[in-house]
Design a protein around this ligand. Sequence first.
Ligand code: NDP
Length: 475
Amino acid sequence: MASPVRHYVGGGFDASGVPFPLVDPVTGSAVGEVPQASREVVDRAVRAAREALRGPWAAWSPAERSRLLHRIADGIERRFEEFVTAECADTGKPRELASTVDIPRAVANFRSYADLLAGRSERSWHTTTPDGRGALNYTVHKPLGVVAVISPWNLPLLLLTWKVAPALATGNTVVAKPSELTPGTACLLAEVMAEAQVPAGVFNLVHGTGADAAGQWLTEHPGVDAIAFTGESSTGTAIMRAAAARLAPVSFELGGKNAGLVFADADLEQAVEGTLRSAFTHSGQVCLCTERVYVQRPVFDEFAAALAAGAKELSGYGPMVSAAHRDKVLGHLARATADGDVLAGGGVPHFGDERDGGFWVEPTVLAGLPEDHPAVRDEIFGPVVHLAPFDTEEEALTLANASPYGLAATVWTGDVSRAHRVAPALDVGIAWVNTWNLRDLRTPFGGVKASGIGREGGDHSLDFFSEPMNVCVKL
Ligand code: NDP
């Protein structure tokens, strides 16, 4: 039996608030309730986080914080199966995916920042710079203060911990608000924080929706010093407006409309297998998923036939997270299937069991739509990929870059020179060559244009979550 969904404020659990239903995306049935945090709960969480900043936490050394992050990672590992079950229950994703990606990555998020901190003695973290002019300069890295972490429903624990871990590593306190659709693993994380003896108020969790509710109240709260957000670009705009009122720093990981470029010199089998993964992992509900694939004309037909055949054979995929999201994806499909060619999927699968009440969409391969069609232009965030041909490298780059988004791209080619020419010319934060979603957590992660502001990962996150201050002493 899963634990009830509760807020975690100042080291105590609290289930107050008007409840709204939690729905199983696999079957569409209500399976629980989420309490909507009141303004009072949000205020209390921010106050607890602020008080904790003035408590013993402020004196913890990097080494102590490093050990704490390892204890949290140990706690997640100890309850691994519970975390997998909770993540699958909320998102409907296959157990295989949660147990090989989501939960291990959450553990790795804490361990990688723990290791980064352990590698920094107090001295190197507080660098000294004698300037040779009779003065000593040194830099002190201070926490930002109270950080609001607001995260989406697609990779709930992975994306929450991706920000909570570096925020704690740098000595901040946190008020987290996960998506109201997927609160389960965040609740388990709060229990792990308590078990790991995270000081009261250092990590707080509130549940609720975004607009005119817990999410918005946090972003507008004068007691919140910085906001780390992952979600849709339009939500990023609303949050930036709220943060602008008091000039609070923001770190944004936003939407994408990621392109794949398949050149005729690529290993086609590898490109097809990689594109199946990049388009359909978690039914396309990953910000890094490929939704547009441009294929060089001589191999277009072969690639399209192989990708469509692969998409038809896919099994063991999960549903859309909610009825509203399913309806958005099906809305795109209704227009796209009327205006273009459907090479695979295009509708709703029928199972003949309770899953027919859930929010399923078939893996879909489209072609023949103009570049300004909504299905080619807008982020769908579902199992839908569109194929279009190109002739020259220049044309491929123009097509890939003609998007308001700029998160990630994938290049499939057997020509090393082309790989190094094309990848850096893409207007994105991350380009993969002959692979997809291969991640080293120390590398800069983020997007350009409407896909984000700032970079996270390794030192980049430590930089965002801390304020370097210079002290100059005349000798
Ligand atoms: P949303 O932007 O709808 O929601 C994200 C979070 O913000 C949720 O917790 C939501 O609450 C909250 N929220 C909504 N409105 C406000 C507001 N006005 N003020 C404060 N908080 C608010 O994104 P989705 O949950 O739909 O997630 C999918 C999106 O996330 C896609 O666009 C995807 O590309 C992007 N994404 C980007 C990634 C990246 O690294 N660049 C990674 C993963 C996803 P609630 O939903 O509970 O109402």
